[in-house]
Design a protein around this ligand. Structure first.
Ligand code: ATP
Length: 314
């Protein structure tokens, strides 16, 4: 089984207690561990894989809480860095349909320093670059560029999720698009939401969007479509793979569960060749990842709601 290095932010999601309430009116919040790469590492570990989280948290009670949660879920946290800067916080409110709205108070995650020693262990493994905060500057952004280069030289399977957050980029969409391009060019697999695929390609039709994004470089594209499932585009073929029917209460973490489950399946292959050659295999993998995403929407919170191997097989 290959290791999956998930690089980026771990943060505290303060989730407004009253569902359907606007953030400005919310009074009570529940503390939950989050951050897309941390969620993906947990998704992989909960499914029995080797999820490794590489990120920076504050040397404070919130950072300790995050590390305790990751450890509890079986994530390898040996490469986590601690900072004097406070742990990154996000405040989240959920609308009645389970969609979310959030704001960041950015802290320690931006301080992740590139780790030279990590290069030694990368060869033949999987690198997942999926931080929502990676392209916002700080040493994390520099480290991202270096790890992308390492991934190429160490023959890794590279996965990229741009994790676009409108609150963070609304006035600078062009900058975001430009910064994403090298990652789309060099990654083997890109996971986009519909909105991300449209934004990054400039095309409203998602099939056309995939064509444009393949031209940038990436060979495998998944466009997650919520309850409709996922559009898979690879090897010159495209297919929407339906999800299972569920009653969602909170969509937080569904995308992370999806990509975690997909990468976990890829980590179990002897080598990466089949994902570039066998569309039917990819279809099966995406169907399973859809199920992981769907299950995650049926419970509140991101990490708690991620399915275990048994829940996924049930
Ligand atoms: P995120 O919002 O977490 O950044 P995302 O927008 O990519 O990520 P979604 O599209 O909401 O995530 O969900 C990922 C996958 O989970 C979908 O492709 C789908 O397979 C499954 N899924 C999500 N919502 C539902 C739903 N309501 N019913 C069934 N499956 C769902």
């Amino acid at each position: 089984m290959k290791k999956v290095f998930c690089i980026g932010e771990a943060l505290i999601d303060f989730v407004a207690e009253k569902q359907g309430s606007d953030l400005s009116k919310a009074v009570q919040f529940t503390k939950k561990a989050g951050g897309a790469p941390a969620n993906v590492a947990c998704a992989i570990s909960k499914l029995g894989g080797k999820g490794i989280f590489v990120g920076c948290v504050g040397n404070d009670p919130f950072g300790k809480f995050l590390l305790d949660v990751l450890k509890h879920e079986g994530v390898d946290i040996s490469l986590v860095q601690l900072s004097r800067t406070f742990t990154t916080l996000a405040f989240v409110s959920l609308a009645e349909d389970g969609e979310r709205d959030f704001v960041f108070s950015r802290g320690a995650d931006k301080e992740l320093e590139y780790d030279h020693d990590l290069r030694k262990t990368l060869k033949g493994n999987i690198l997942h670059l999926g931080a929502a905060t990676a392209l916002l500057g700080g040493s994390l952004e520099k480290a991202y560029g270096k790890y992308l280069f390492d991934g190429l030289t160490k023959e890794m399977f590279i996965s990229f999720d741009p994790n676009y957050r409108e609150d963070l980029w609304k006035d600078e969409q062009e900058v975001f698009i430009k910064k994403c391009m090298p990652f789309i060019e060099k990654s083997h697999l890109c996971k986009f939401s519909k909105e991300e695929a449209q934004l990054l390609s400039g095309k409203s039709d998602i099939h056309e969007a995939c064509n444009v994004l393949h031209e940038v470089g990436t060979q495998i594209i998944t466009v997650t479509l919520g309850g409709e499932g996922t559009l898979l585009s690879a090897q010159g073929m495209k297919k929407i793979i339906p999800s299972i029917e569920v009653r969602p209460v909170d969509t937080t973490g569904a995308g992370d569960a999806f990509i975690g489950c997909l990468l976990n399946q890829i980590s179990n292959l002897g080598n990466f060749d089949p994902v570039f050659e066998d569309f039917a295999l990819l279809e099966k993998m995406v169907a399973k990842a859809n199920k992981a995403g769907a299950i995650t929407t049926t419970n509140f919170g991101a990490i708690v709601a991620l399915p275990t191997k048994d829940q996924l097989e049930a």
